[in-house]
Design a protein around this ligand. Structure first.
Ligand code: PLP
Length: 387
């Protein structure tokens, strides 16, 4: 573990309590603070997988006042356990949302975050559904700025991954009644990460992923909360994912709960396929409206010049010979080519060139990562720079 020391933030590793007094950091955690924005020296940046690769980071916490709803200033402290009551509403009744955002170091050493305004919008929409306190974009981006600034040395060198940023919005008031928390907490923590799917193929290209259709369990109900990034949407996928992984699949593909006929999404990424030269992706509704999905649709339509249809994507069509390519997209998954989709009644397979991608997926991967890494022009202003 890297030793914590007082850095440019002037923080000590001592325990801190927030304005409300309900959340604080335990004292035993230390974080590596640096006066430089350079990547932590000596860290094995080539070995990064997708996970909480270090706890030597700083986290940021803000709380809304119980009475006024006013938000506190962003408080920076070492990543550490939080002291919350067993009766916290988030623990008992699932009043909790999260986001996933990535910060990159560009080749010219800028620290940029990809479309955080969209994460803010999605979290606010989820917060309205979950009766959590609202906030504005200025507050969210300010907290994100503070987080990235405090962890600048954990943003990997250009091309070696990203700093994954995890904002959590939670109702942490302790109470027994089935009612919303009086106070909302926004906590931002994160970790440097590498690839979500460990799928580098022998020839340097990627190995397309294998998906298993979930036939026993649905992810989201019509008119339910599948379109929110609610913490409670993910635990029910664990046993399904575990069973699929034990059989050699990378992940699970969900169909619609009402008819089990239409593709919805992969457990944490959105689905695309190419049929007769047209790109198809499931319409919004029960799926999570991914920010990568949104960006992919715009890039494919406007820059690649292909028709993209957002609608019902029947699994029969996906399995038909006219579907030439499939891939999934997400902040973590980026653009991952799909090589196999299995269900109990059969299997669909695609083979691609040595890159591991079909032509549309490859173009999209290059276009998207080019913008994110600062090697292509950001003509749409999608990069938010932390100065
Ligand atoms: C269920 C689900 N679908 C899709 C996505 C992709 O969304 P985004 O592109 O915003 O990361 C995620 C992201 O985590 C997800 O959890």
């Amino acid at each position: 573990m890297l030793l914590g020391r007082v850095g440019r933030l002037g923080l000590s590793v001592a325990s801190r309590r927030c304005a409300s007094g309900s959340v604080g950091a335990a004292s035993s955690f230390r974080f590596f603070s640096s006066s430089s924005r350079d990547p932590v020296p000596g860290y094995d940046w080539d070995a990064l997988g997708f996970g909480l690769n270090t706890k030597d980071t700083a986290m940021v916490i803000l709380t809304s006042d119980e009475e006024t709803g006013e938000w506190s200033e962003a408080k920076v402290s070492p990543y550490a356990p939080m002291m919350i009551e067993p009766s916290a509403v988030a623990l008992n009744y699932g009043q909790a949302l999260f986001e996933g955002v990535k910060a990159y170091r560009t080749a010219d050493d800028r620290l940029v975050v990809f479309r955080p305004q969209e994460n803010c919008r999605r979290m606010r929409e989820g917060g309205a559904r979950y009766a959590l306190a609202d906030f504005d974009e200025e507050m969210f981006l300010g907290a994100l700025d503070t987080f990235v600034d405090a962890n600048a040395h954990w943003v990997p060198p250009a091309g070696k991954g990203a700093l994954y940023i995890r904002p959590l919005l939670m109702g942490l008031t302790g109470q027994l009644g089935v009612a919303p928390s009086a106070e909302t907490t926004l906590c931002i923590y994160g970790s440097p990460v590498g690839d979500y799917f460990k799928n580098t193929g022998a020839g340097g290209g990627v190995t397309p992923i294998k998906l298993l259709i979930s036939e026993e369990h649905d992810r989201a109900a019509p008119k339910g909360v599948g379109s929110t990034k609610a913490a409670g949407n993910y635990a029910p996928c664990f046993t399904v994912q575990k069973a699929a992984r034990e059989k050699g699949y990378n992940d699970v593909l969900y169909l619609d709960a009402a008819t089990n006929t239409y593709v919805e999404e992969v457990a944490a990424s959105n689905f695309f396929c190419v049929r007769d030269g047209v790109v198809h992706t499931p319409a919004l509704g029960t799926i999570l409206g991914g920010i990568t999905r949104l960006s992919a649709i715009e890039l494919l339509r406007e820059d690649y010049g292909v028709q993209v249809v957002e609608g019902k994507v029947s699994i029969e069509d996906v399995f038909s010979d006219s579907t030439s390519e499939a891939f999934c997209v997400g902040t973590a998954a980026v653009v991952s080519p799909i090589g196999t989709i299995d269900r109990s009644s059969g299997s669909k397979q695609w083979s691609y060139d040595e890159s591991g991608y079909g032509p549309v997926g490859k173009w999209l991967f290059d276009a998207l990562t080019g913008i994110q890494k600062g090697t292509s022009e950001d003509s749409r202003g999608w990069l938010y720079e932390v100065k």
